[in-house]
Design a protein around this ligand. Structure first.
Ligand SMILES: [Zn+2]
Length: 243
């Protein structure tokens, strides 16, 4: 595939991409969703990918986000439905859900590794766009990196740059220079855990292990217990409970 960006959301491109990654189950698309995500329906052996307005209109995001979701679908067919998406069993905006989403984020190192096998340019496009945003935030208000969402995004970028040589080292160093010193230890710890994850073969047991590990690093292991389970009852989505 050429280095030039291609509009992954064009219907012809979508079917080509599905063939390239080798999905066996059919994919339906919902182009008017609130957020970008996917679902696997194990009984029907189908996937559903949901795309939001932001991704549809974003000149960068539309080139790599849909491919990321296809890689989730691929891992959910090949490894376990838990690799498709996370659905919390609690109120969507509860603290429990927010914590669960946070510790699920590092799964993306495996998802992006799968995407990278088929479309290496997507990783670089994503890293350039994400780093550009993070440099802006770091320059304007580096204390925003105390938000775990942002801290995880930064650590994931650093880990991916190490694992896949995405050539954004210079931008990452700039961001690091702006970071409050109190965050240096946590970002290094999260980066290391994600690099370790990226070097093992993905499986449900490892995903569960690392979700607990990230809860420990983010200091809420007392508040959360992770149990991975695929639940057909919950609209065939993956559900995690606080026990
Ligand atoms: Zn993802």
């Amino acid at each position: 595939m050429s280095e030039e960006k291609r509009d992954a959301l064009h219907p012809e491109e979508l079917s080509l991409r599905i063939q390239e990654i080798g999905l066996k189950w059919p994919v339906s698309w919902d182009m008017d969703y609130d957020g970008i995500t996917c679902r696997v329906h194990v009984q029907d052996r189908t996937h559903n990918i949901r795309v939001d307005k932001y991704t549809r209109e974003d000149p960068d995001g539309r080139y790599f986000h849909p491919l990321h979701e296809l890689a989730h679908c691929k891992l959910s067919e090949e490894i376990d439905p838990c690799f498709s998406a996370l659905q919390c069993g609690h109120e969507a905006d509860s603290d429990e859900c927010r914590r669960l989403y946070l510790i699920y984020v590092p799964i993306d190192v495996w998802v992006n590794q799968e995407r990278h096998k088929h479309w290496p340019e997507a990783m670089r496009n994503e890293q350039v766009a994400v780093c550009k945003e993070m440099v802006q935030i770091a320059k304007q208000n580096s204390y925003m990196f105390f938000q775990p969402e942002l801290l995880l995004t930064l650590a994931l970028s650093m880990a991916e740059d190490f694992l896949f040589d995405t050539m954004v080292g210079e931008q990452l160093r700039r961001i690091k220079n702006y970071l409050p010193p109190a965050l240096h230890g946590s970002v290094a710890e999260i980066r290391k855990a994600i690099v370790d994850m990226g070097q093992i073969t993905p499986c449900v047991e490892s995903l569960q292990y690392y979700m607990r590990e990230f809860a420990r690093i983010l200091s809420f292991e007392e508040l959360i217990q992770v149990r991975l389970e695929y639940s057909a009852r919950h609209q065939c989505q993956v559900v995690y409970w606080k026990e």
